[in-house]
Unconditional design. Structure first.
Length: 243
């Protein structure tokens, strides 16, 4: 069975605490989860050509997860992309992307390749090349169209991503699915109704995982540099983790 390779283009939350890049990661070098504002810069830093991406998977429409999309499309347009790419996200993703991208880069969608916009809905499985996705609704900002986590399988390896969410049954279900769970951890002990923290929530997330499974913390708040939670990694900007 192939190794599972997760590479973080950023690990910070919306406030970029301590200079962290905003949260996002690559799975298997071809599938980008989230499009934070610095996504293209981070890919360049890692030596990854954005043209090699097969898909961008978005959990929700907050700016720290979404606003790198214009720069990715700009790269694809002018730096030689010829093959199709998929952008997967909650309802309204294409409309929002077109509004923003056309406003900041007029003519950006005059392109010679196809962008396939895929609406992700809870309970509707998706397959993109070697990646299988099962979107689940999580508890985040109810003013958005929808906030999603994803149970995923890549080359036979099971991982999941919570997106931004309070602790809820969906997060526990994602944990039970996973060999590796990438989970938001937006603060050490602050109670924020739409987010999880290290002190109160991560022990519950860890308990839902198999003891042999790995928990990776991202979307980090200030000062979260280590943890006493067993078999748990605090992700670092630009680091790769192989399982």
């Amino acid at each position: 069975m192939a190794d599972l390779d997760l590479r973080f283009i950023g690990t910070g939350n919306a406030f970029a605490p301590g200079g962290l890049c905003w949260n996002g990661f690559l799975a298997g070098r071809r599938y980008l989860f989230e499009a934070p504002p610095q996504a293209l810069m981070s890919l360049n830093h890692l030596g990854v050509d954005a043209n090699d991406l097969d898909a961008v998977v978005l959990s929700h429409h907050h700016g720290d997860h979404f606003l790198g999309l214009p720069f990715l499309i700009l790269h694809w347009k002018y730096q030689g992309r010829t093959r199709p790419v998929r952008v997967i996200g909650p309802p309204g993703t294409e409309e929002l992307a077109r509004t923003i991208c056309n406003s900041v880069y007029p003519g950006i969608f005059e392109i010679g390749f196809e962008i396939e916009w895929v609406t992700a809905l809870p309970g509707v499985a998706l397959r993109i090349g070697a990646l299988e996705l099962e979107p689940v609704a999580v508890e985040h900002d109810t003013r958005l169209s929808l906030s999603l986590g994803y149970a995923a399988t890549l080359d036979g390896r099971r991982f999941a991503y919570t997106g931004d969410s309070a602790y809820c049954d969906a997060v526990a279900d994602l944990a039970r699915h996973s060999e590796v769970l990438v989970s938001e951890c937006a603060s050490r002990d602050q109670f924020i109704p739409i987010h999880m923290n290290l002190t109160d929530d991560m022990p519950r997330v860890r308990a839902a995982l198999d003891p042999e499974s790995t928990l990776i913390l991202t979307h980090l708040g200030p000062g979260i540099e280590s943890t006493d939670v067993p078999n748990t990694i605090v992700a670092r900007d630009y680091e790769s983790y192989r399982f």
